[in-house]
Design a protein. Structure first.
Lengths: 213, 253
């Protein structure tokens, strides 16, 4: 069973549906007991880093997520949820993250040499350049497209960098360090490729290339 | 490299897909859920569900169809039609929509875009605008393109983007249903005025129209169409392949 952390941020309907679709039992919960009992944990999130970090702290779920990570069971952050795994963020002031992935979160347009002709946010389907094939991208190919919606991105994550994408500069698309991983893109909105990434995270074998539709 | 998005639009009434030519003469096509699954499999990058229901019962049926689609189709879903209040945003987001497009609702209540963007984030708020030439000027039309508001279109789009609209669907009434290409003059003006993603709508008749659009106006992020996809005149798979061959970045599935 995969628990999805409910801390009042974002729309969890599609994420929940996508897990059920691949045959994974999913539960949207804010109960520390239920979270700790889960086989896997997903930290979702949309909106501003500061608000989300504050909500995690207010609800005490920041400690629960860290405790879960310490058990060695798989944890995945998605979109803002991935950014929350980092040490800190520069989004509208400096905010502390969970510190499970080294590095910080900065505006895309502050990246060195960023192409200023491009639009912010980075919205749409962009290609993955895979750095670590295992575990997330075992059934996904270099150049496959996934769906992004973001204005900030993680930097300085060193050996945790698992995939990048090109949008005016090289942008962190995924991170992974031990049992902790994160996707800047939305696997639950990335069609067949996204479902394969979720299958890999849930330890479900690949679909064998059959279309889900 | 980021790819150009291809977006089929499904007009839904009474639980069925319909498409108007110049917004009139609606004809029945197919089941929205089945069509959504088909398009997703064929490589559609996103889907727009446009609610043209007239009664509360039909609206309930629409949200049921949306929920069913969202539990089987895992690409971004945008809902439009009948969005007049922040509560309407809430209603469709809970049923699995990722973005909500506002049109007449924003004209009636210009604060709607700002209120929705504050609550759900700009990435969730899509401004949809129906535009036609009136005495050589671009005017905003309301109520499905039937009513001239007298408002100048570029100013209206700029104002809504400043208020927090995260994307703009520009639908040209003049080219809609004519199938002779997108309204490049109008789109060029919009591209010069705002820095959010622009979705071109109205006028696609062939694969070449899409390629011409993206080559002429590289600032346009997506192309939206309905009947050419519904009636099989353009297969999305072929369109994507031809785009790629023509040097327009496309997501191939």
């Amino acid at each position: 069973m995969t628990a999805i952390v409910d801390y009042g941020v974002g729309n969890l309907f599609s994420l929940c549906c996508s897990l059920k679709y691949i045959g994974e039992e999913a539960s949207v919960t804010s109960s520390p007991d239920e979270i700790m009992a889960a086989d896997r944990l997903i930290l979702p999130g949309v909106g501003a880093f500061g608000d989300a970090a504050e909500k995690l702290r207010e609800t005490g779920l920041d400690g629960v997520v860290k405790a879960f990570a310490a058990t060695g069971k798989p944890l995945m952050g998605i979109c803002l949820g991935m950014q929350l795994l980092f040490d800190e963020s520069e989004e509208f002031g400096l905010h502390k993250g969970l510190g499970l992935i080294p590095g910080r979160v900065v505006p895309i347009d502050s990246l060195e040499g960023w192409d200023r002709r491009l639009k912010i946010p980075h919205i749409g389907w962009n290609q993955l350049k895979i750095i670590k094939k295992e575990p997330l991208f075992a059934n996904v190919n270099d150049g496959d497209c996934v769906y992004f919606v973001h204005s900030f991105c993680g930097v300085g994550c060193g050996e945790a960098l698992a995939a990048v994408t090109e949008y005016g500069a090289e942008i962190t698309a995924a991170v992974q360090l031990g049992n902790v991983c994160g996707c800047q893109f939305h696997p639950e909105k990335s069609g067949q490729v996204g479902l394969e990434i979720l299958r890999a995270f849930c330890g479900i074998s690949a679909s064998g290339g059959e279309s889900p539709c | 490299m980021i790819t150009k998005r291809i977006i089929p639009c499904l007009d839904v009434r009474d639980g069925r897909v319909v498409k108007g030519v110049n917004f009139k003469d609606l004809g029945d096509v197919a089941s929205p859920v089945k069509l959504a699954e088909y398009y997703s499999g064929a490589g559609a990058d996103e889907l727009v569900f446009y609610d043209i229901t007239a009664s509360a019962e039909e609206r309930k049926l629409f949200t049921e169809i949306l929920t069913e689609t969202a539990s089987r189709v895992f690409i971004p879903l945008t809902v439009g039609g009948g969005i007049n209040t922040v509560d309407d945003f809430d209603r469709v987001l809970k049923c699995g929509a990722d973005k909500v497009s506002v049109n007449s609702g924003a004209i009636r209540d210009p604060s709607l875009v700002a209120k929705a963007a504050e609550r759900y984030g700009s990435q969730c708020v899509v401004l949809s605008v129906d535009v036609a030439r009136v005495n050589g000027k671009f005017h905003v039309f309301a109520k499905g393109g039937r009513e001239d508001t007298g408002m100048e279109a570029i100013g209206w789009i700029k104002r809504c983007v400043e208020n927090g609209a995260g994307e703009v669907v520009v639908n040209s009434i003049d080219t809609d249903g004519v199938k002779k290409g997108f309204d490049l003059d109008l789109l060029a003006k919009v591209c010069m005025s705002v820095r959010v993603p622009i979705i071109a709508s109205g006028g696609a008749g062939s694969i070449g129209d899409f390629i011409h659009l993206f080559r002429t106006l590289p600032q346009v992020d997506a192309g939206l169409a309905a009947s050419v996809f519904h009636f099989g005149e353009i297969e999305i798979r072929d369109l994507k392949k031809k785009m790629e061959e023509a040097g327009v970045p496309a997501r191939l599935v």
